[in-house]
Design a binder for this molecule. Sequence first.
Ligand code: ADP
Ligand code: MG
Length: 436
Amino acid sequence: MSVSHDGDMAEQTGGDPLFQSHDPIFNRKELLHVGHVPDEDRIVGRDDEIQSVAAEVGAITRGDPPNNVMIYGKTGTGKSLISRHVATRAQDAARSNDIDCAVLYVDCSEANTETRATRQLALSLKDQTGYQQNIPLRGVGTMEYYQHIWGILEDFFDAVIVILDEIDKLDNSNILMQLSRAREARKTDAYIGVIGISNKVQYRETLDERIDSSFGHRELFFHPYDASQLREIMRNREDAFQPEVLEDGTIELCAALAAKKHGDARKAIEILKEAGELARRTGSETVSEEHIQQAQEVAEINRIEELTSGATVHAKLALYALASRIITGDRETYKTREIYKRYVGICDLVANDPITENGLYRQLKEQAFLGVIESEKTGGGRSQGSYLLHRLVTDPKHIVKAVRRDASLEELPTYDQLRENGQSAADRDVDLSSFS
Ligand SMILES: Nc1ncnc2c1ncn2[C@@H]1O[C@H](COP(=O)(O)OP(=O)(O)O)[C@@H](O)[C@H]1O
Ligand SMILES: [Mg+2]
């Protein structure tokens, strides 16, 4: 570092004051990256899950055939982390028994077709070995990739653990069949253990329809973390920040917010990181509870935008309709019919032709599936029949913000406009045109 004559400040920043070399907030920011795999002693509250996954794939380390396993659980419950952790340990344990075990990881949200997934498996096997043959990146089909996979396994390995993460994003399940039948079909002698991971428990039902019994597998369910576990997960990464930067109570608040929402460790860590960035942007020397609160709002809006990004405009309008009813009304839950009425008024506002009430009902069910709303059947007594009541699992303010980020819907009233004009609109039920 060159010593400058400009006094302390420039010395500290290594010359050009435009580029600070010392980050006042973060010390080891990489600890807060989503893909970061923490050391074993930083993994919190998943001992049973680690044991269970190890029990299924562990036979590999003794030269015996493993079980396949499907892991279900909401996002941020440690499924990817624990799978990678156990697979790596199994690989090490196998090695000390002179068993060559490969570990392959595929993120099926990116490699979402059988061709892409098998290509990735083949390429990553090639990477781990001295395999000489060329593996084409395009112009060939799954069969050729499978040939390479079996070939490499045959030549270099006794066993392999294949992690198929976000497997519900795969367009078909053939890969499961191929992997589980490979030995029987004499494609390879290597033992193959598959760890399939899905954020959607619903995938379980469709899986049974998609595959036959040759993919025998155990099932594990990972549960959301509670506040004290989230607290500990974050405490274990406190050194991501410079000493004294995190104000007292910030981690506790962050854990409490994340636990209340979804028990999602990823969100908790993201909020902490975002709070740090906020502090830095605003020139603050410390991260305060206020920063955490703001970061949590940003994170929640991002989450909703992500969840609804693939949804139709009508699904978004339906969500907005429910949110605006909650904002302007005095209840937390609304019937499909009530949401529909508001939805028709909103369609008018953005010059969109409304779909039918039944169509809207299906959209709402779809949203329930995404985890944005919850719907509950309520018996209205014998004469009235039963009906569905829908509620938002998030602050309606966030829904309004997230929906308005869609460029075609930015004309919709803001949260504040809804609040101000709310009561009169609620009285008239459908007519929201006074906002525009
Ligand atoms: N038990 C845990 N201990 C420490 N960190 C964890 C734990 N569970 C999850 N994390 C961290 O939270 C983030 C999300 O975990 P991940 O395994 O990706 O969840 P999932 O795959 O279930 O969505 C990752 O950064 C991970 O390192
Ligand atoms: Mg994951």
